[in-house]
Design a protein around this ligand. Structure first.
Ligand SMILES: Nc1ncnc2c1ncn2[C@@H]1O[C@H](COP(=O)(O)OP(=O)(O)OP(=O)(O)O)[C@@H](O)[C@H]1O
Ligand SMILES: O=C(O)C1=C[C@@H](O)[C@@H](O)[C@H](O)C1
Ligand SMILES: [Mg+2]
Length: 173
């Protein structure tokens, strides 16, 4: 079993993934961290010193390698993972994978991301909260097409972490 979490930046993939894995006694893998380990530098450095295209190629490569591992795990994808290359198809065709979309409103995402944007290269340079909200609204509109093809869609906008994990456990078991 591979429980794979997707969603926009700040949607809670890392927080939910870590807690869900620990409650299910499964290994937890963060795709972004795997890429950083292999590349020996932060994602923001990969973007600035190489390029986004280089990052997307690595992301796709690392995803395929992680999915080859013969054990059950919880995997948190990067915010853009299902939207590039043939990543979504690879996930959908893998019978072991349950893909879950953690849906969060634009307002909530803006709220969370404005204080945490420095580590996220796609939004790091956006100067005001209004501009960030406008960016997220457009970006999420484009990306939702991919996210919405998940096996399970959970609107977590008003949910606490423990509530999200409890619902996911119930749906998955
Ligand atoms: N359900 C929740 N309720 C309140 N705060 C939350 C919830 N889920 C996540 N957060 C907070 O929102 C922020 C972003 O969460 P997290 O880092 O888990 O998102 P992410 O999807 O992994 O983001 P990224 O794609 O950028 O890695 C963190 O500060 C986290 O503590
Ligand atoms: O939404 C995105 O495209 C990204 C999200 C992060 O998780 C990282 O994968 C990277 O910063 C790109
Ligand atoms: Mg994360």
């Amino acid at each position: 079993m591979k429980i794979v979490l997707c969603g926009y930046m700040g949607s809670g993939k890392s927080s939910v993934g870590k807690l869900l894995a620990s409650e299910l006694g499964l290994e937890f893998i963060e795709l972004d961290q795997e890429i950083e380990k292999i590349e020996k530098r932060y994602i923001s450095e990969i973007f600035s010193e190489k390029s986004e295209i280089y990052f997307r190629k690595k992301e796709s490569e690392v995803l395929k390698n992680v999915l080859k591992e013969e054990k059950s795990m919880v995997i948190s994808l990067g915010g853009g993972t299902p939207c590039y290359a043939n990543n979504l198809e690879i996930l959908q065709q893998n019978e072991e994978v349950t893909l879950i979309y953690l849906k969060v409103s634009v307002e909530k995402l803006t709220d969370r991301l404005f204080s945490e944007k420095a580590t996220r290269p796609l939004i790091a340079e956006i100067s005001s909260e209004e501009k960030l909200e406008e960016f997220i609204r457009k970006h999420l509109f484009e990306r939702q097409f991919y996210y919405m093809q998940s096996d399970l869609i959970l609107d977590t906008t008003t949910m606490k972490l423990t509530e999200i994990v409890a619902i996911l456990k119930e749906k998955l078991m």
